[in-house]
Design a protein around this ligand. Structure first.
Ligand SMILES: Nc1ncnc2c1ncn2[C@@H]1O[C@H](COP(=O)(O)OP(=O)(O)OP(=O)(O)O)[C@@H](O)[C@H]1O
Length: 396
C-alpha cells in the first residue's frame, strides 16, 4: 500500500549504523550496489541513492522496488513513499491524498519524525503529528466516516519522515531480512543436500553477509538425478537473493565413496559420511578462498546430529563448520523455509535410497570412529572435490 504519487522507496538498515564512519560508508555502498542488482535482475526501474544513513530508490514502480529492496540482506525495512516539500502544508496535503486513496474504516494515527539539523524546520515532529492528524481527521469525516485516533494500535497509520530538504509520507514499513549486506564477509561453502534445512542454513549465512559457494555431493545410487535436481532448485531459490554473485552449483562425484561406506561400515556409517561431506566442503573452501563450511544440521534432529556426533564430525576438518539451524526446532526451520521461498523445492519427492543403518551410533567416540574409518576417506574427499562439475544455476 503506497500513497498516490509515490516516487521513492525509503530503505532502512540496522546494524551498519553502529559501525565506524569508514566501515559504515563501505557497507552502505555495498548495500546500495546489492539493491541496484536486485532491481536490475527483476527489470524494475529505479535509481539508488545514498543519503544520511538511508538508501533511497527513486522509482515509478514503488511496489516492485520495495519488494526488491526488502530482499536485500542488511535491509531492516522499506517504505514506498511520496516525496513532498518539507512544509506543514505540503505534508498535510499528502496525508489527505493518502487517506482519500486508502482509508478503509477504523482508527488512525499519524507518526512523524524529523531527521537532520534540529533547527532546519520552524516546526517540531509533534506539530506534524497534530496538524497532519487534523488534516486526516477532516478527510475521514468528509468521506462520511467517524474519525477516531488510536496512537497505540491504529487500523490506519500514516508516517512522515521530515528531512532538511524533503519530506516523505508513507503508509507502511515492510520488513526486510535484516542482517548485513551480502559481500561484507568472506565466503563460505554451503553444503546443500536439497533437504529443507540446508538452504535455510545457507540463507542465514548470506543474511550475515557471507556469499556462498554451493556444493552438492552426488551420492550415486543413494541419491539420483531427482535428488540432485532438488538441490539445484533450492540453490536457484537462494540465487534470487544474490543476483550479482556466482552461485553456480558444484556437483561432487561421491557415489563410489558412499557405496563403499554402505558396504564396509555399520553403526558408524552416517558419521563417516558426515565427515566425508564436510571434508569435501573444506577442500572446495581451500580451492575457492572460502573460510568455513555451512550445513543444515541441528542438535538431535537425526542420529548423526547428536551433540556427541557433531563433535566427531567437526574433528574431520580444520575450518569451522557453521550450523545456523543448530538450536532451531524443525517447525521453526520449516517456517523459515516457507518465508524465504525454498520450502516447496526442498520437499519434492526425490525417491532416494536409504544410506542410514538400522541401528545408528548416537554417542560416538572419535577414536572408535577413526579406527573403523577407511584410511583414505579424506584424501578421496579432496580428489572428488577437485573433480566437481560446475553447473550454472537457472533462476528463471
Ligand atoms: N548430498 C549432500 N550434498 C551436500 N551436502 C549434504 C549432502 N547430504 C547432507 N549434506 C549436508 O549435511 C547436512 C546434514 O545432512 P542430513 O542428511 O542429515 O540432512 P538432510 O535431511 O538430507 O538435508 P537437510 O539437512 O538439508 O534437510 C545437510 O544439512 C547438508 O548441509
Amino acid at each position: 500500500m503506497h500513497p498516490p504519487g509515490s516516487d521513492v522507496v525509503v530503505v532502512r538498515h540496522g546494524e551498519i549504523g553502529v559501525k565506524s564512519d569508514q566501515v559504515r560508508r563501505k557497507m552502505e555502498t555495498r548495500l546500495a550496489g546489492n539493491v541496484n542488482s536486485l532491481l536490475a535482475d527483476r527489470d524494475v526501474d529505479g535509481e539508488v541513492d545514498r543519503h544520511r544513513n538511508r538508501i533511497f530508490v527513486h522509482t515509478d514502480e514503488p511496489e516492485a522496488a520495495t519488494a526488491a529492496a526488502t530482499d536485500a540482506f542488511g535491509v531492516v525495512s522499506a517504505s514506498p513513499a511520496v516525496t513532498v516539500e518539507p512544509t506543514l502544508e505540503a505534508i498535510a496535503d499528502a496525508l489527505r491524498d493518502a487517506t482519500e486513496a486508502h482509508y478503509d474504516g477504523g482508527t488512525f494515527a499519524v507518526s512523524a519524525r524529523r531527521a537532520g539539523e534540529q533547527d532546519a524546520h520552524p516546526f517540531a515532529s509533534t506539530d506534524i503529528e497534530s496538524e497532519g492528524g487534523s488534516a486526516v481527521w477532516e478527510t475521514i469525516e468528509s468521506m462520511g466516516s467517524e474519525a477516531e485516533v488510536d496512537l497505540d494500535d491504529p487500523d490506519f497509520e500514516l508516517f512522515v519522515e521530515c528531512r532538511e530538504d524533503e519530506a516523505y509520507v508513507f503508509l507502511e514499513k515492510r520488513d526486510g531480512p535484516g542482517g548485513m549486506p551480502l559481500g561484507t564477509q568472506r565466503p563460505v561453502v554451503a553444503m546443500v543436500s536439497g533437504g529443507i534445512d540446508s538452504p535455510v542454513a545457507a540463507w542465514q549465512m548470506m543474511r550475515r553477509g557471507c556469499p556462498i559457494v554451493p556444493v552438492y555431493v552426488d551420492l550415486g545410487d543413494y541419491g539420483g538425478p531427482d535428488h540432485q535436481a532438488r538441490a539445484a532448485a533450492t540453490v536457484a531459490d537462494l540465487a534470487r537473493y544474490a543476483p550479482s554473485y556466482d552461485l553456480d552449483l558444484r556437483i561432487v562425484p561421491g557415489g563410489d565413496v558412499v557405496a563403499e561406506l554402505a558396504e564396509q561400515t555399520t553403526d558408524t556409517r552416517m558419521l563417516h559420511l558426515r565427515r566425508f561431506v564436510v571434508a569435501v566442503g573444506e577442500a572446495v573452501a581451500r580451492e575457492t578462498g572460502a573460510v568455513g563450511v555451512v550445513t543444515g544440521e541441528a542438535i538431535g534432529q537425526k542420529s548423526s546430529q547428536t551433540s556427541a556426533n557433531l563433535a566427531v564430525t567437526d574433528a574431520a576438518v580444520e575450518l569451522p563448520v557453521h550450523r545456523p539451524c543448530l538450536t532451531m526446532d524443525k517447525t521453526e526451520v520449516i517456517e523459515q523455509a516457507r518465508d524465504i521461498g525454498t520450502y516447496e523445492e526442498s520437499t519434492i519427492d526425490a525417491g532416494c535410497n536409504r544410506v542410514a543403518p538400522s541401528f545408528p551410533e548416537t554417542n560416538a567416540d572419535l577414536e572408535t570412529v577413526r579406527a573403523v574409518e577407511p584410511d583414505d576417506l579424506f584424501s578421496r574427499a579432496r580428489v572428488v572435490a577437485g573433480e566437481a562439475e560446475i553447473v550454472p544455476i537457472d533462476t528463471e
